[in-house]
Design a binder for this molecule. Structure first.
Ligand code: PBG
Length: 335
């Protein structure tokens, strides 16, 4: 016999187009839906007051001063968006080789977190990245020794960064650095400091991708990194099985939620992670994906609303429980 015997018949008895004929029956058979509850909104914060600065490689996305950010986050909460992920554009003079600013309780991210939590409380969750790249003069996510990003020494700083952010009121610590063993170490450090309730969403399968370019402009790490790349710690885009091992480790170390990043080119990874672990699985539609969709829509080459909604629905179909997307507010308004 060739292949399985299907429980349904063949043409002309079976006509799959029947269910597609009318809007009501298309709705009735629809398998996946995008909801505002699925969205996490990444935002960029910079110094100053009443200060908004466009990011040229991400048209429509601005760096906001804390006061404007608090208002914007309030609007996101009003729309029902469950969480925001905040990223700092650290002033260049505060970036150092050892990333001291990352553990300064008065740094941008901590002040922004305190302001958001004071204004909006538990109406919206706040995610903070744990990684050193917004704070290092060389643009790497960790400490560099003899030209190599060292693992264990970096983790010590990451743990202090996580605790300082938790003290500021961060709800979800999101290690995006890809050091080995960091999730377990950060969990331990948070627990020791009394933050048992602070969640960890690990960037578990994070690839060394070309699609982070606009983000690095936004936080100003592109110029620091120069020609450097992150291939000694982020994953090789050629690998799929390795993503399963990364996610398994992070879950074993105590991650509450895991993330795959980037999104659209890695839908196969999202599907495998969701199926293999049945754990809360998230996907990051990264800056380069935003820039591509925005550029095509701005050029009039694709319909913005339909294109964006389709890209996000695809993540749900692949098995994601939620999506970090720069389109979050726009999409919440459409929904
Ligand atoms: C920091 C970090 C990056 C992103 C999120 N956290 C950049 C990088 O690893 O170089 C990328 C997000 C995006 O491109 O939208 N480690």
């Amino acid at each position: 016999m060739n292949g399985p015997v299907m429980p349904w018949g063949a043409y002309p008895t079976t006509r799959l187009r029947r269910n597609r004929r009318d809007d009501w029956s298309r709705r009735l058979v629809r398998e996946n839906r995008l909801h505002t509850d699925d969205l996490i909104w990444p935002v960029f914060v910079h110094e100053g007051e009443n200060r908004r600065q466009p990011i040229p490689s991400m048209p429509g996305v601005d760096r906001l001063s804390i006061d404007l950010l608090v208002d914007a986050v309030g609007q996101a909460a009003d729309l029902g968006i469950p969480a925001v992920a905040i990223f700092p554009a650290t002033p260049p003079e505060k970036k150092t080789a050892e990333a001291e600013e990352a553990v300064n309780p008065e740094n941008l991210i901590c002040r922004a977190t305190r302001a958001i939590k004071a204004a909006h409380g538990d109406r919206i969750g706040v995610l903070c990245d744990v990684a050193l790249d917004p704070y290092t003069s060389h643009g790497h996510d960790g400490l560099v020794r003899d030209g190599y990003v060292v693992n264990d020494e970096t983790i010590e700083v990451l743990c202090r960064q996580a605790v300082v952010q938790a003290q500021a009121g961060c709800d979800v610590i999101a290690p995006s650095d890809m050091m080995d063993g960091r999730v377990g170490a950060v969990r331990h450090a948070l627990d020791q400091a009394g933050f048992q309730q602070v969640r960890i969403m690990s960037y578990a399968a994070k690839y060394a991708s070309a699609f982070y370019g606009p983000f690095r402009d936004a936080v100003g790490s592109a110029s620091s990194l120069g020609k450097g790349d992150k291939q000694t710690y982020q994953m090789d885009p050629a690998n799929g099985d390795e993503a399963i091992r990364e996610v398994a480790l992070d879950l074993a170390e105590g991650a509450d939620m895991v993330m795959v990043k980037p999104g659209m080119p890695y839908l196969d990874i999202v599907r495998r992670v969701a199926e293999t672990f049945a754990a809360p699985t998230y996907v990051y539609q990264v800056s380069g994906e935003y820039a591509m969709l925005d550029a095509a829509a701005s050029g009039g080459w694709l319909d913005r609303r339909r294109g964006v909604l389709e890209s996000l629905l695809a993540f749900k179909r692949a098995g994601a429980d939620g999506i970090l997307t720069y389109f979050a507010v726009e999409v919440a308004r459409w929904l």
